[in-house]
Design a protein around this ligand. Structure first.
Ligand SMILES: [Zn+2]
Length: 258
């Protein structure tokens, strides 16, 4: 209601908050109109710059801008999202008839459901080969162990010609991906000071296991995946700002087999 009032000009945006009108790639796809109002709730645009209509943050809008360009038919696809959020891009994707999702849940058998949430481990997916046209992860790949297994699993469950579209923090200045933490028979070993990101499951915190580096391209290629990296320019009117604006598209070539 507040947003509608602000858009109509009847009510001024609240003074204590920084707001401005603009367009949103997610609202454009799902609500028929890109018009929105942005609100900056704090000092870190990557997390704090919200669309008032769909509640998305910049990386979600980056993902949708790229998705709308390279798969404008996304609504017709078999889509699986690992660790979806409850707003913005995940909400929009979940409207597709072929959408499904999963979370990694501690102490839950893989493939089992708890309260309607399916448990999956990206390094050991329980799906059959060539199941999905589109896999989506938003800020998940910095939390996985065994990245080579994860990339191999992504290749396996994608249909030929399918793609994995992802956002995650990327440090191309690092020649080699840094394993901040490793999983061994003895448990988790921290190679660097532990860092955590907020998580909707597993106690609200998710350990950062990887700082992805420039070898990402080689690692994707080793798994049989073609990688393109899209970086959207800062544009506040489109709600694009903050760090780590890259969107990664890993494609399983149509004419290759594992
Ligand atoms: Zn929006």
């Amino acid at each position: 209601m507040l947003m509608r009032a602000v858009l109509s000009g009847r009510v001024k945006p609240p003074r204590r908050l920084l707001t401005w009108p603009g367009t949103c790639a997610i609202c454009k796809e799902t609500r028929g109109s890109a018009r929105t109002v942005y609100i900056e709730k704090g000092p870190w645009p990557r997390d704090d710059l919200r669309c008032l209509r769909c509640l998305s943050i910049p990386r979600e809008r980056c993902l949708f801008e790229v998705l709308a360009q390279f798969r404008s038919d996304w609504r017709a696809l078999d889509i699986h999202e690992s660790s979806p959020g409850r707003r913005g891009a995940s909400s929009a994707l979940s409207a597709a008839p072929g959408y499904s999702s999963s979370q990694y849940l501690d102490d839950t058998p893989l493939g089992a459901e708890v309260n309607g949430v399916r448990c999956e481990d990206l390094s050991r997916l329980t799906f059959a080969d060539e199941t999905f046209d589109l896999l989506v992860t938003q800020d998940v790949l910095e939390h996985v162990f065994k990245p080579e297994k994860v990339l191999a699993e992504i290749f396996r469950v994608l249909k030929p010609g399918g793609a994995h579209i992802a956002t995650f923090p990327w440090y191309p200045q690092l020649a080699a991906t840094r394993e901040r933490a490793s999983l061994t028979d003895a448990g988790v070993v921290h190679n660097l000071e532990p860092q955590y990101h907020r998580s909707p499951v597993n106690g609200g915190a998710s350990l950062v296991t990887l700082d992805w580096g420039a070898d990402l391209f080689d690692r994707a290629s080793d798994a049989g995946l073609d990688l393109t990296v899209h970086k959207l320019p800062q544009e506040r009117k489109r709600g694009i700002d903050g760090e780590f604006r890259e969107v990664f598209v890993f494609t399983r070539p149509a004419d290759k087999t594992a």
